[in-house]
Design a protein around this ligand. Structure first.
Ligand code: PXG
Length: 457
């Protein structure tokens, strides 16, 4: 035990001295000390003190096949020995990127047959932007360059990703943002409606897109980008009226529709892609995370035939990365996609574990004193904390209460993320019924304790 404390203390000291964490208040974190995660298996993590933690977030929404799958490690090992790296810039290719592309063509809807690769979700969105601009140039309409996105969206942390995203606390730290990006409001009924019913609200939020297109001039608008459901923004599931109306407006005004499937892709909602859950048809799909289950960094952009044909016919497209289609990442992605499909993991989310998870959460927390709504499908959920669940009244200091609840979860050895006053769950897709029971019980215990701390229990 003392050895473990020594090891932890040593790691914490070195971490504080040398490692800057993403999206973290480093002064505060260095005072408290990070939890050192040393290994993982299935849906569980272990820290350097020997504590076992159940991962209700699949890492950062990415470890879809769960931790410790030998098949992915073997695929990486074999590929590193055969061909650890080669590029695809100058008239060369390699087997794994070919096989991965052919496999993705079978998993994506019909009009998607061609794929571009990168290293992350942010780069996928940057690439999508470059591709839609290139598409409109090739169509002889280079002035179509505006991209419309939503407030409280998350599209990554590069200059383009962060500009497209609608996170105020990111924008405030960006004195210079990408040009030709505009934002409309999000379809967040619980938080932003004023007495309208859900579907009327969904239509009104979608119609902001049409108003923005008209304001900018349809001849100047290249694309609309949206997460099918907002992930980091709070697992905000739009009303069912929303996406069909967005699609109608995009088609009417000849604006491309980009689905950011970085979180929604590869089974999260029980469909291979979340846009299928909401029933719309994008022109471009961006993906990352579940593509490799996070075992290797990789992102991809799927281009529909309309977009891909125009880019192919248009001559050289001057875009790409040293690691586009990296052989080891491609080998791991292939092994991962094989597991997801051959073991029926995605199908099980739709038919079994997804409905079980959603039902258990609602049973345990649907009528809780400080829960306003529960959203989600498959293995993703958002739990809205509220001061008065019956009146849709939010806490004045909701961010602090979300953080308190998250910290209580972590203390109880459950990873549950907070986004403002919403608690988020997105476990590995291999989670069992018993593990779902454990996640729900621990989430409920933390929410009960939060209510007690607020003297609302
Ligand atoms: N699009 C979406 C929808 C995402 O959720 C990105 C793009 C960017 O991906 P990369 O691979 O560049 O990070 C994301 C990433 C969180 C959290 O705390 C969410 C993400 C990343 C880090 C933290 O919820 N999403």
């Amino acid at each position: 035990m003392n050895d473990r404390i020594d090891v932890t203390a040593r790691y914490r000291a070195l971490d504080a001295a040398h490692h800057m964490h993403p999206f973290s208040d480093m002064a505060e974190l260095n005072r408290i000390g990070s939890r050192v995660i040393v290994r993982a298996q299935g849906v569980y993590l272990w820290d350097s003190q020997g504590e076992r933690i159940i991962d209700g977030m699949a890492g950062l929404w990415c470890v879809n096949v769960g931790y410790g799958r030998r098949e992915l490690a073997d695929a990486a090992f074999a590929q590193m020995q055969t061909l650890p790296y080669y590029n695809t810039f100058f008239k060369t290719t390699h087997p794994r990127v070919i096989e991965l592309s052919a496999m993705l063509a079978t998993l994506t809807p019909e009009p998607f047959k061609r794929f571009m690769y990168c290293n992350s979700g942010s780069e996928a969105n940057d690439t999508a932007l470059r591709a839609v601009h290139r598409f409109w140039q090739a169509q002889g309409q280079p002035q179509k360059r505006y991209v419309i996105a939503r407030r409280n969206a998350y599209h990554g942390s590069t200059l383009a990703g962060a500009t497209l995203g609608g996170m105020n606390d990111m924008h405030e730290q960006m004195p210079s943002m990408l040009e030709h990006v505009a934002h409309i409001d999000q379809p967040y009924w619980f938080g932003e409606s004023h007495g309208e019913d859900v579907e009327t609200f969904g239509l009104a939020r979608a119609r902001q897109l049409e108003a923005k297109i008209i304001e900018l001039g349809a001849e100047n608008v290249a694309a609309f980008i949206g997460e099918p459901f907002q992930g980091a923004g709070g697992v905000i599931f739009p009303p069912s009226s929303y996406w069909p109306e967005i699609q109608r407006i995009c088609r009417k005004h000849n604006v491309l529709l980009i689905a950011d499937e970085v979180i929604g892709g590869f089974g999260r909602t029980g469909e291979w892609f979340a846009h299928r859950h909401f029933g719309f048809e994008p022109d471009v799909i961006t993906m990352a995370k579940g593509l490799t289950s996070g075992y290797m960094p990789m992102g991809a952009v799927a281009l529909s035939d309309r977009v891909a044909d125009a880019i192919v016919e248009g001559g050289e497209f001057n875009h790409g990365f040293t690691y586009s289609g990296h052989p080891v990442a491609a080998a791991v992605a292939l092994a991962n996609l094989k597991l997801l499909s051959e073991e029926g993991i995605v199908a099980r989310v739709k038919e079994d574990t997804g409905p079980y998870f959603q039902a258990r959460l609602r049973e345990a927390l649907g009528a809780h004193r400080i829960v306003g709504e529960i959203t989600g499908a498959g293995l993703v959920a958002g739990i809205q904390l509220a001061e008065d669940s019956t009146k849709r009244k939010r806490f004045a200091n909701g961010d602090d209460i979300g953080t308190l609840c998250r910290d209580l979860c972590f203390k109880g050895n459950l990873v549950m993320r907070a986004s403002g006053d919403r608690m988020l769950l997105s476990p590995p897709l291999v989670v069992t019924h018993a593990e779902i029971d454990e996640i729900v019980a621990k989430a409920k215990a933390a929410i009960d304790e939060t209510a007690r701390a607020l003297e609302l229990a």
